[in-house]
Ligand binder design. Structure first.
Ligand code: HEC
Length: 262
């Protein structure tokens, strides 16, 4: 039985590694080290703020974040802007209000608007959509064993454009090494020095790509840290319960167990 299981697991592993190549555009997804990885990983507040800046200044020209309310930006565990900064940030966006049938500055309860560029997908949960079993790494085993998932894919995707383009039926496509079938309708968006970071971090292409990928991981999974904490608490409770049960068991059976002869 055990042998059979081992063989199945090994086959799955080999298949998983193989399809990591086949499932994506053939390119290699870089295993970036994000601070939120692993059981003790947490979001880096400064990185999320930089990612928000990248999204605002570059990606939002085309992409939306329709599932993310502005108020989330000031919640603990995320970019954690001050209440004041979050209100000012929200007010810098315009949303369409059906009640007054007009555009007005956004309030904290509003959601980020939809993207405007044709074919540009909403990015709120993109980091989850591209992770795990339907992700760029085939069976998701790479995610399990190496922690390669959605954010790694997004950062690599942003850095994997070449100069090649082609035109088909009036649409331009740009060559990208990790995009499925290699031709993306998105033009390269990151070259390095794309933003002037407020916190003075040098805006290399890799830095910008990782920051925005981390921000998109947070938008897809804002409660990641709370979830990990809840996990630790339950493991603690289960451990305590195990110890208690062990001693209860000993106690209950003690009268019936023969004493060992010395
Ligand atoms: C000029 C408009 C434009 C800009 C700016 C832009 N994108 Fe895109 N993006 C697109 C379009 C269009 C697609 C759809 C590509 C396709 O399906 O061929 C896309 C697709 C994507 C995808 C999905 C890739 C996949 O595997 O399906 C991600 C992730 C993404 N963009 C992230 C970003 C990020 C992050 C930024 C900012 C740094 C950004 N984009 C800036 C237009 C844009």
């Amino acid at each position: 039985m055990f042998k059979k299981l081992t063989i199945t697991a090994l086959t799955a592993l080999t298949l998983g590694a193989g399809s990591a190549q086949a499932a994506g555009g053939g390119g290699h997804v870089t295993d970036f080290d994000f601070p939120f990885e692993g059981p003790f990983g947490t979001y880096d507040q400064a990185q999320l703020q930089r990612g928000l800046q990248v999204f605002t200044e570059i990606c939002s020209a085309c992409h939306g974040l329709e599932l993310l309310p502005f108020r989330a930006l000031s919640e603990p565990g995320g970019p954690a802007l001050s209440e004041q900064a979050m209100r000012e940030y929200a007010a810098s966006w315009e949303v369409f209000d059906e009640e007054i049938d007009d555009w007005r500055p956004a309030k904290p309860v509003d959601y980020f608007p939809a993207g405007t560029y044709p074919g540009a997908p909403d990015l709120t949960v993109m980091a989850k959509a591209r992770s795990g079993f339907h992700g760029p790494n085939g069976l998701g085993l790479n995610q399990l064993f190496k922690g390669i998932g959605g954010p790694e894919y997004i950062a690599t995707y942003l850095l994997s454009f070449s100069d090649e383009t082609k035109e088909e039926a009036g649409t331009f496509y740009y060559y990208n090494e990790v995009f499925p079938d290699n031709w993306s309708a998105m033009a390269p968006a990151i070259y390095g020095d794309d933003v002037d970071y407020a916190d003075g971090t040098e805006a290399t292409a890799e830095q910008v790509a990782q920051d925005v990928a981390a921000f998109l991981m947070w938008s897809a999974e804002p409660k990641l840290m709370q979830r990990k904490q809840a996990g630790f608490i339950s493991i603690g409770i289960l451990l305590a319960l195990t110890v208690l049960l062990y001693f209860t068991n000993k106690r209950l059976w003690a009268p019936y167990k023969p004493k060992k002869e010395i």
